[in-house]
Design a protein around this ligand. Sequence first.
Ligand SMILES: [Zn+2]
Length: 90
Amino acid sequence: MGFKAKARKNKVKTTTDGDQKKKSISGELPCAIKSCNRFADKRLGGRSLSFDDATEMWGSGNFLSTKGRVRVCKSCYRSWKKENKNDDMY
Ligand SMILES: [Zn+2]
């Protein structure tokens, strides 16, 4: 019995292990203002305010402070800046 083996063409898909880069669009440091859920990373424009500044703006208990500093996101900083236009230094 002649049995011809059919050469099967198997399309082998090489699965390249895609090195998934951790693409973090969002930041790592959450904004200290409790009512805000943005990020205060430096590269995202986050700034840190003093405890007193933050208290004046948001009231004590409405933000978290770290060692006397309050890390806020860009937009919180801007709203604070608006309220505290005592100098035009940028
Ligand atoms: Zn914020």
